[in-house]
Design a protein around this ligand. Sequence first.
Ligand code: GLC
Ligand code: CA
Length: 555
Amino acid sequence: MDKNWWKDAVVYQIYVRSFKDSNGDGIGDLQGIIDTLDYLKWLGIDAIYLNPINQSPNHDNGYDISNFREIMDEYGTFDTFERLLSEIHKRDMKLIMDLVINHTSNEHPWFIESRKSEDNAYSDYYLWEKTTDGQPPNNWGSFFGGSAWTYDEKREAYYLHIFAKEQPDLNWENETLREDIYDMIKFWISHKVDGFRIDAINHLQKDTSYPDAEVKPGETYGDFLKYVQNLPKVHEYIKELRVKAFNQSEKDIVLIGETGGIGHHNAYLYTATDRDELDMTFHFDYHSVGIDTYTWQKTDIDLINTIKAKMSGWQNTPKINGWCPLFYSNHDTTRTVSRLGDDSKYRYASATMLALLQLTQRGTPFIYYGDEIGMSNPKDFLLEDYRDISVKNKYQEKVVEGNWSEAKFIQRLHLISRDNSRTPMQWSDDIYAGFSQEEPWIRVNSNYKTINVAKQKKDPHSILSFYQKLIALRKAKDTLNYGSFKDVDYANEKLYCYYRSDNENTFLICTNYSKEKVPLAREIQSVDKELILSNYETVNELMQPYEGRIYQVKS
Ligand code: GLC
Ligand code: CA
């Protein structure tokens, strides 16, 4: 199998707004990232993926871009960006940027022009529809709540926005628009970035016959997914983008998609090595694991069907079907340890056990900022603490116009709000967790006094120290990434164990995905092996709650 830097890399995702504020305005920025690069290097990180840093009015924290070629004022200048890139490269690390090309901000000059008339150069850059009955063209509801259509007084027509109304969707059928996008990508390539994560890429094509969609029970709007997601032309667009924006000498630049509505098992549609589309794609396998969307309570996790089937499923996927990121969380989910582990009694054990699974499988690990110290969902956020635009829009739809109680709505936010994973990075027990000297744009999780980098860096038995050791081990042993994968005792509903092997080594990974003490299977006990790493001090045949171990098998 071909090796690439991005297959070997351990990547770290930074939600810039929440990572480190260098100038005391309560908002994370690029200088803040520069100041923390030595920490990331120490941790063993090879590449950094940044959420969008382009100019934006920030209705959706940078996912509404008003100028693709400038840096957001709050984050710094172009000069700061160039310094950041050179400091990253100096440390032999890489930079992956977010590319938001499904939509722009409604303040982007293209949209401002497009609104003006039906016959200017940009009229056709967005998806406009006229109606005669004063109603939107159809019943689609947007991802962020409310109708997917907004009426524009100036143009006297509706425009489509699958996200917020401040994020009008681009019309990818328009060739001139596509050429403009490719030019913009070339601009960033010329500045020597190392890769792109392409936002919402599987939405580039919409069914522009705009049929009404099915309204599910309890909903106000039609569910538009099958008309706006993973449609066939998306693949043509990606192939064209690959050819036109990148050339041979740039084949080292990694292209990662964000593809809602697919799991690891059909990620090959976008990543198969013979399809010339993406290098890898973020699937949505773990987003709603452990969440009951009826009661808005956390539920037990079915280890075999939701964890093993997905993780081992990907590990056993033929390599021709592409390469996969190994990740649990990002800025659109909740915190890993809260959703997939236990963020109370077993926070240390479950966070380290999950880290162990993530770093001993084939794929590129993406560590979401703060997961390396076991940051968790805030448990005491009130309605006014939330910042996400989708919270505001959904509140309008569900509570103001719908029949949900506010209590039910808040219960839902505690379980699924994206703000759960966007709280400021917990650097120390100083004011505002060492993130800023001033009040941050979003509230700090009140557990920062006990959960922070400074404390964990000093402690050899912390989650952070465990991550650092694991990353070093993964990098020292190719087997853990490229080796073959074999489940053992698959039917076990509490333990998840597997072998990784190549010509040089065989490792046996054993984890306990439960709160009980569980004996290892006989066939594992009898293997001649040596313990390399564990998240418990004493180790015997009985696996402790959320225990995780790596053994080297003796030959
Ligand atoms: C993607 C991003 C998300 C954003 C949306 C609209 O899903 O990850 O944060 O809100 O696209 O750009
Ligand atoms: Ca700042």
